[in-house]
Design a protein around this ligand. Structure first.
Ligand SMILES: C[S@@+](CC[C@H](N)C(=O)[O-])C[C@H]1O[C@@H](n2cnc3c(N)ncnc32)[C@H](O)[C@@H]1O
Length: 263
């Protein structure tokens, strides 16, 4: 892409605390691409530029302590690459698939991946529902994509038997968890956990932990399968090194489709 070094907000101390010295120049370049091409192409609003670091990049990277070494991660509804692309930059041990249906966004993402020389990222132009049945992942992340119930219907089928969904959620997270309770049993989902992720690791927000409002700490909802042994391993495994899965009892085979490769 073009020379985009001008007009990028300076790197704040919070970013120096969460990105390694090797990752920092790469994420700086990504910030510059977002602040220029990303704005010109309508992927992020111009008003986001001054708060690019804390609100978007540091906020995305805050999820990193929740991801095991070498995890296969799928970021659903990644938009301009948040949080998935940031995690791929900050954690080269991860293998990250960015799922996004809009061509304008996947074109930008593919160009960024090439520009940054990232070898651990695949860009997939698809709706989450279309990925179902073709790939499974250790962790399925998302930020600002859909209400929790709909999000779980899209994302749980993409998780492996021992995998989980990790959805960044704001202050209404506890309320959203209450609304999905009626859906748990019939889908085979374990009760959602409200967690705080950041430099202190993953802490359950069960009323005994004081919420941390620091930008390098985020609130997320984590959902696992209630009974991993009942998650079928009979589905195709394209892109998956772990067991293929279908969702909980009674939901096999609905809604699968063919993703449109974005690269
Ligand atoms: C509000 S944007 C959030 C983008 C990014 N995650 C972020 O935090 O900046 C929601 C994104 O979800 C995508 N999306 C909507 N429905 C989807 C679906 N069924 N599967 C995958 N992505 C979807 C949209 O195209 C859009 O890019």
């Amino acid at each position: 892409m073009n020379d985009v070094s001008r007009g990028t907000p300076p790197v704040p101390d919070t970013a120096r605390g969460v990105f390694s010295s090797a990752a920092l120049p790469v994420v700086e370049r990504y910030a510059a691409l977002l602040a220029t091409e990303g704005v010109v192409r309508g992927l992020i609003g111009p008003r986001e530029v001054p708060r690019l670091w804390d609100r978007h990049l540091v906020n995305s990277m805050a999820l990193a302590p929740a991801l095991a070494d070498g995890a296969r991660v799928c970021d659903v509804g990644t938009g301009a690459g948040l949080p998935g692309l940031v995690l791929a930059i900050g954690r080269p041990d991860l293998t990250v698939t960015l799922v996004e249906p809009l061509l304008r966004r996947t074109t930008f993402l593919s160009e960024v991946v090439e520009d940054l020389g990232l070898e651990n990222v695949t860009v997939l132009r698809a709706r989450a529902e279309e990925v179902r049945g073709s790939s499974t992942f250790d962790v399925v992340t998302s930020r600002a994509v859909a209400p929790l119930g709909r999000l779980l219907e899209w994302c749980m089928p993409l998780t492996s038997a021992h995998g989980h969904v990790l959805a960044l959620k704001g202050s209404r997270a506890a309320e959203e968890i209450r609304t999905v309770r009626p859906l748990l049993g019939r889908n085979g989902w374990a009760p959602p956990e409200l967690v705080q992720v950041g430099p202190d690791g993953v802490l359950l927000l069960d009323g005994t932990t004081t919420p941390n409002e620091d930008p390098s700490t985020v609130r997320a909802v984590r959902v696992r399968w209630a009974d991993p042994a009942r998650v079928s391993s009979s589905v195709g495994r394209a892109g998956s090194s772990g067991p293929g899965t279908t969702p909980g009892p009674g939901r096999r085979g609905r809604g699968s489709g063919r993703p449109r490769p974005g690269r």
